[in-house]
Design a protein around this ligand. Structure first.
Ligand SMILES: Nc1ncnc2c1ncn2[C@@H]1O[C@H](COP(=O)(O)OP(=O)(O)OP(=O)(O)O)[C@@H](O)[C@H]1O
Length: 302
């Protein structure tokens, strides 16, 4: 039966068929680099046949991903590729035209307590009258229940999370009076307070200084060391190989997915970024000079 959702999907399929653009790959661009675990219950995030449309225009198309546990996973792609939409779809914040999403084998609605979210900074209302400590304490609400008061013990625990991100001295500062990087750290502390098993972070490195970037990457490594999975929307191609174990290359479809050293190649990036080859060549030129790169990642544009 034709519904508005299936009609949006069909419209999108037709427009996709007319294009030979960057996202046009076989097998939905999926590379099954990791052997899939026997059961979805062992998989932090499983996405099957996900299509999302805004006003009937698809922005994610037949996305399929099986993400492994205990890894740092970058989601990379050009502006408008659907990276934020992917994160929002997992959190049930945007309606799906089709597809199934599961967190450790069950729908997000029953697994919220396992998921920590760090939103894109621009999407937050920073005029909301709360201080940094209040924001972090919100991370405990799922455990304590929304109607229960935050106790002194929770505030102490929230302060500890702020310490981890170097923000304890700003605990009583209104969030609107913090710098962009400081706000970002507070939201990371809130995600830590959630004590989740999988973290979804939408551009946590955007607009932060070098010290904050180092603090965030140290935090990600700690999370990984304790077996957590972090899915991070990331724009800086140069740092992908050093920061992340796995990469999802996205441009409406999944162009490629798998371990960074196998997937983060110039060819796959060209498929992902399409016509923006000049920029990409420059990025690869910079990359090719970087001694930290794993073998096979170096570009050919030297
Ligand atoms: N609420 C919305 N209503 C209509 N269109 C939307 C909405 N949100 C996003 N879009 C469109 O969907 C597409 C994907 O947006 P999305 O924010 O997911 O991309 P992105 O990859 O995160 O981009 P960026 O790197 O610029 O943050 C874009 O073309 C965007 O304009």
């Amino acid at each position: 039966m034709q519904t508005p959702e299936t009609s949006a999907r069909d419209a999108g399929r037709r427009s996709m068929e007319g294009e030979s653009d960057a996202a046009d790959t076989t097998h939905h661009g999926r590379i099954d680099a990791d052997a899939e675990p026997a059961s979805d219950e062992a998989v932090p995030l499983s996405i099957k046949d996900l299509t999302v449309a805004y006003q009937r225009k698809p922005v994610l198309w037949d996305v399929a991903l099986t993400l492994p546990e205990g890894r740092l996973i970058a989601v990379v792609g050009p502006n408008g590729a659907g990276k934020s939409t992917l994160i929002k779809a997992v959190l049930g914040l945007v309606p799906r035209a089709s597809g199934q999403i599961s967190i450790y084998g069950k729908p997000y609605e029953t697994q919220r307590h396992l998921v920590g979210y760090v939103p894109q900074r621009e999407s937050v209302d920073w005029d909301f009258p709360v201080n940094a400590l209040d924001v972090v304490a919100m991370g405990f609400y799922r455990k304590i229940g929304w109607l229960r008061p935050v106790t002194r013990a929770h505030r102490r625990a929230a302060l500890k999370e702020l310490e981890k991100v170097g923000m304890a001295t700003f605990a009583h500062r209104q969030i609107s009076q913090l710098s962009g990087g400081q706000q970002q750290r507070v939201f990371l502390a809130r995600a830590l307070a959630q004590d989740a098993r999988i973290y979804l972070m939408d551009e946590p490195f955007a607009g932060v200084d070098t010290a904050t970037e180092r603090a965030i990457i140290a935090l990600l490594k700690d999370l990984k060391a304790s077996g957590k999975t972090c899915v991070v929307v990331h724009h800086d191609l140069q740092t992908v190989p050093t920061y992340f174990d796995h990469v999802v290359l996205l441009n409406m479809r999944v162009v490629a997915y798998g371990p960074t050293e196998a997937v983060f190649t110039e060819e796959n990036l060209k498929k992902t970024y399409g016509g923006r080859l000049t920029l990409l060549s420059q990025a690869f030129y910079e990359l090719s000079k970087d001694p930290r790169l794993p073998r096979g990642t170096k570009g050919t544009s030297e």
